[in-house]
Write a protein that binds this ligand. Structure first.
Ligand SMILES: [Zn+2]
Ligand SMILES: [Zn+2]
Length: 158
């Protein structure tokens, strides 16, 4: 099981609630002059809790963004072999890869690609397309001057 953005948001909400509670407590009664320093330290801690909550919110947002990118489907309107690309033959309700012999029911070439997006392709004009491993093989063969970036490499950059 993986961490969900919501779990991080819940922790962020607790950090924020804790900060509010610390401030409310510090403000709840007049402090004697000699008690001022420890109460000042407690208010300072509330500030750290605020920042911790903000960092957790930011982390939750980043996690959600990366998740949705990793879970996106290729969607190119024809199917390919996930490993070999444009190598499919279709006959009698079965699609077969001519290289590895893997088979699929029905005409896979006639359906939008359901594989996960793993590549980002930037053409010379700067247009970005995302696609799966299988489709990137064809794109490499036919696209001149495009840049191919693996999404996991892209995502691991700061
Ligand atoms: Zn194949
Ligand atoms: Zn694809």
């Amino acid at each position: 099981m993986s961490i969900s953005p919501q779990q991080l948001r819940d922790l962020a909400a607790r950090a924020e609630a804790l900060a509010t509670e610390v401030r409310a407590l510090c403000d709840s009664a007049p402090a004697a002059a000699a008690e001022r320093d420890p109460l000042q330290a407690a208010r300072h801690a509330a500030g750290w809790l605020d920042r911790g909550g903000e960092d957790l919110q930011r982390a939750a947002g980043d996690l959600a963004r990366i998740r949705s990118l990793l879970e996106r489907r290729c969607g190119i309107p024809w199917g390919v072999c996930p490993e070999h690309g444009n190598t499919l033959s279709y006959s009698v309700n079965v699609t077969t890869c001519r290289v590895c012999g893997r088979t699929w029911e029905r005409d896979r070439r006639g359906q939008p690609c359901q594989e996960r997006v793993t590549w980002k392709v930037t053409d010379r004009a700067g247009t970005v397309t995302t696609m799966c491993d299988g489709h990137v093989l064809g794109a490499r063969a036919t696209t001149q001057g495009a840049t191919f970036t693996r999404l996991d490499a892209e995502l691991s950059q700061p």
